[in-house]
Design a protein around this ligand. Structure first.
Ligand code: GLN
Length: 484
């Protein structure tokens, strides 16, 4: 059952071959044995989880079934879940019990899914290795000396080690796609505005977007049907008709035009990763797709632009953690200002502080025009690069990350090397486009992801493109050794 697709799990539940309580217990037992070493989950609450599974079984008995009823999912600890501790990977929220559900959480609840627990992540989703979490590093199940990627590293390890049926993540600059690449599974960052950000702890609001992380594209499509949709509580949620994201699965790919950006195959990309990605693209040609060379000329500016805009928004979003209403408060202080300073100094880790400093600097009166305004202008040019590219192709392909999973500690002291992890993913967030990563093979026994970038709202087509490949290859079915 641990390798089953969501469809297979749902069929087994409907046929009463297994109950939701049994399925949930199966995953809880795996978590008990593997999580102490893996550290994929920050918070588990077995009683609450099993109570939800019981409710799901009652729904199934009544025939009140959705495609995810009774299936246990892991939730990134960035989503507020009522009565669950919700930490966002930070000491600041170490003891925060969420008083309400994020939209994403309530969508899963309404569909009858089971919440297995809250997964580890980089502090406030800032990072690419899960090493900035206050709750400790997460190990990559493919090689436990290596990082799982980040910031959704806990969800990533939980899928790779089969500690959940599937999981949620968020992607501000690559945090679904880069861990999907490093841990060998399928992840989708939807078009900005498709999934409500209500109750999702804010990092950089104009870039943050939640999405599914799962074993296959088909599973991601089913999860998108749960997660996506208009929500008036998020002012950037888009008012669009409900979509069925599985509708295009199984469409033939003949005639599909795949754009290959020359900037994504240039210096900085590991030769082994390039080879795997090229082989995957060759497979698409066999499936009837054509490839065209394209250019995204401002790619190299995406990292500097992101590291102005994201910290600027973060510095504003994180100003709410003042020790007054909720979150960490220093035990001793002399006056109000001292309380603010000490609470924030103690509650935030080094990377978060670095971003607050950068963000405050680029927004300050003397530097706003030189940095923040300039970055916004280049952001527009980056979006225009894609607009131009999509005149010549239907979909864009390239690597998801420049290399495979790196050693724990290897880049921890070099922020710029860490930031470069997202060189192929960040522009997609800046443009608000959908992007996904699917397993395409291995380099030195470590998984490699193929990135698929679509035009706005083209998720159903992207999922079809990924699904067609997964019908003919079994990279997405491979499991790390020693976790079965
Ligand atoms: N690695 C990037 C950062 O550190 C992106 C993180 C994310 O997508 N949440 O900001």
């Amino acid at each position: 059952m641990i390798n089953a697709s969501l469809k297979e799990m749902a069929a087994a539940l409907a046929a009463k071959k297994i109950s939701s309580v049994e399925l949930t217990q199966l995953f809880l037992a795996r978590i008990k044995s593997l999580n102490p070493d893996m550290n994929a989950y920050i918070t588990l609450d077995e009683a609450r989880t099993l109570a939800q599974a019981k409710l799901a079984d009652a729904r199934i008995a009544n025939g009140d079934i959705t495609p995810v009823t009774g299936i246990p999912f892991a939730q990134k600890d960035i989503f507020c879940a009522k009565d669950w501790r919700t930490t966002c990977g930070s000491r600041m929220l170490e003891n925060f019990i969420a008083p309400y559900d994020a939209h994403v959480i309530s969508q899963f609840d309404h569909a009858g899914a089971v919440n297995l627990g809250k997964t580890n992540m980089d502090e406030f989703a800032m990072g690419s290795s899960n090493e900035t979490s206050y709750f400790g590093k997460v190990k990559n199940p493919w090689d436990r000396e290596r990082v799982p990627g980040g910031s959704s590293g806990g969800s990533a390890a939980a899928i790779a080690a089969r500690l959940c049926a599937a999981a949620t993540g968020t992607d501000t600059g690559g945090s679904i796609r880069q861990p999907a690449s490093l841990c060998g599974f399928t992840g989708l960052k939807p078009t900005y505005g498709v999934v409500s950000r209500y109750g999702m702890i804010a990092f950089a609001s104009s870039l943050d977007q939640a999405g599914p992380m799962a074993k296959s594209a088909e599973d991601c499509a089913l999860m998108m049907n749960v997660m996506a949709g208009f929500d008036e509580r998020d002012s950037t949620s888009l008012q669009r008709d409900k979509e069925d994201y599985t509708r295009d699965l199984n469409k033939p790919l003949a005639g599909l035009k795949i754009g290959l950006p020359k900037e994504y195959f240039a210096e900085g990309l590991s030769a082994e990763v390039a080879k795997v990605v090229q082989d995957a693209i060759a497979h698409y040609r066999k499936l009837g797709a054509e490839t065209v060379d394209i250019s995204l000329p401002n790619t190299r500016l995406s990292i500097p632009v992101y590291y102005v805009i994201a910290p600027a928004e973060a510095s504003s979003n994180l100003s709410r953690y003042d020790g007054v209403r909720y979150g960490h408060r220093a035990a001793e202080y002399t006056d109000l200002l001292d309380m603010y300073c000490k609470s924030r100094a103690e509650g935030f880790g080094a990377e978060v502080k670095r971003r607050i400093l950068i963000g405050t600097y680029v927004l300050s009166a003397g530097y706003y025009d030189a940095y923040y305004l300039k970055a916004q202008q280049i952001r527009r040019l980056i979006a225009q690069d894609f607009e131009e590219a999509f005149k010549h192709c239907d979909i864009i392909m390239g690597p998801s990350a420049p290399g495979t999973a790196f050693k724990i500690g290897e880049k921890a002291d070099d922020p710029v090397a860490m930031y470069l992890q997202d060189i192929y993913t960040i522009a997609v967030n800046l443009a608000g486009l959908p992007g996904m990563s699917i397993p395409a093979g291995f380099a030195n026994k470590l998984p490699v992801g193929l990135q698929i970038i679509g035009n706005y709202f083209d998720e159903a087509r992207m999922l079809n493109v990924a699904h067609a490949y997964q019908q003919q290859t079994d990279w997405h079915k491979q499991m790390p050794e020693g976790i079965a």
